[in-house]
Write a protein that binds this ligand. Structure first.
Ligand code: TRP
Length: 340
């Protein structure tokens, strides 16, 4: 049986956090057992809003790779590669841009929100606005079946599928393939301050590499129910980040249900719930941190993983680009000019 192809990626702009874990990393660890999985370090996409921080992006490649090892992504089962080493993706992007309407790109809700969050206004660059088309190229280059990603990536997946259909109709051949998103149903993990999104610049994230002390400190300062002033008061569990996290991470569902009931009734201190969450998170993250530190010691091995993964991924993307060029009929002169 042919295995399904999985492709996903992360922008290397710093280490990964619990939001990434819930949104996608957790699924990848399972998918690698049964699928042909590719994971991309999306440094080119990271540059769409980091042209002044190229060094940060380049250095973060290793940070994110360490996070992959930390959660259990295994390079023997998953091909890990660096986007900038695959020029085929850039050319594919250009061809896809020609069959995507400008208005279609401008309507992308995730990009709109990012432009707002970053206060770009009218100065959003063309490269930033069209990055979903580049992401469609990433997805389509690998003949992807499944994209495990957070809910904010759904519009990108839809665009990729629309683009595949439009391309195939144009060339009248099934060259590109449609895919499915694998979006976790827990929804997006809020930041520790209760804001909708966990983010580096928002300083409300718990990182996979955080030490025990840092975790305890972040949990201690976590947003709960502002109306829960005295221990005896009944408290709200919805919108209470501590409970949202317990829902996402505590394997003991019954204990969580009991805590919730007690909290709503009144008489349960925030500090008790926080202590439980600290235990759960420390237990989850301790082995990750250990693996992270272990792998960080061997830079040579890390580079070797990237070299091998990238060379395998490059062959796949090159093959798809060759098919796309063929289907479009742009191969005649470049073939002539390249032959020796
Ligand atoms: N946009 C994704 C993010 O911000 C990263 C990404 C780039 C990606 N290319 C991809 C995800 C292809 C899935 C598939 O995290």
């Amino acid at each position: 049986m042919v295995r399904k192809v999985v492709l996903t990626g992360d922008r290397p702009t710093g280490p990964l956090h619990l939001g990434h874990y819930v949104g996608s990393l957790r699924n990848r660890v399972e998918l690698q057992e049964t699928c042909e999985q590719f994971v991309m370090l999306a440094d080119i996409q990271a540059l769409t809003d980091n042209m002044e921080r190229v060094t940060l992006v380049q250095e973060s490649i290793i940070e994110v790779l360490l996070d992959y090892f930390a959660v259990g992504i295994d390079p023997a089962k998953t091909t890990i590669f660096v986007q900038s080493a695959l020029p085929a993706l850039a050319e594919l992007t250009v061809h896809l841009l020609n069959i995507t309407s400008f208005e279609r790109v401008r309507r992308n809700p995730t990009v709109k929100q990012e432009i707002q969050e970053r206060n770009y206004g009218e100065s959003a660059t063309a490269g930033f606005v069209i990055y979903p088309v580049s992401q469609a190229a990433d997805i389509l280059a690998f003949k992807t079946d499944i994209v495990p990603a957070g809910a904010d990536q759904q519009p990108m997946i839809e665009l990729a599928n629309e683009t595949a259909r439009r391309f195939n109709r144009l060339v009248n051949a099934p060259v590109l393939k449609e895919c499915e998103g694998m979006i976790p149903d827990v929804g997006r993990l809020p930041g520790t301050d209760g804001k909708a999104k966990m983010g580096k610049s928002l300083r409300n994230a718990i990182y996979l590499g955080d030490t025990e002390d840092t975790i305890l400190d972040k949990v201690k300062r976590m947003f709960t129910d502002p109306g829960h002033l005295r221990v005896e008061d009944p408290g709200k569990t919805e919108g209470n980040v501590v409970f949202t996290y317990l829902d996402a991470f505590d394997p003991d569902r019954a204990a969580v249900a009991e805590l919730k009931e007690h909290y709503r009734r009144g008489g349960l201190a925030d500090s008790v719930v926080k202590r439980r969450l600290s235990e759960v998170l420390v237990e989850l993250l301790r082995p990750m941190r250990r693996r992270r530190l272990e792998y960080a010691k061997d830079r040579g091995y890390l580079e070797c993983v990237l070299r091998e993964g990238t060379s395998k991924a490059r062959a796949v993307a090159d093959r798809t680009l060759a098919q796309v060029r063929d289907a479009l009929g742009v191969n005649y002169f470049s073939g002539l000019l390249n032959s020796r």
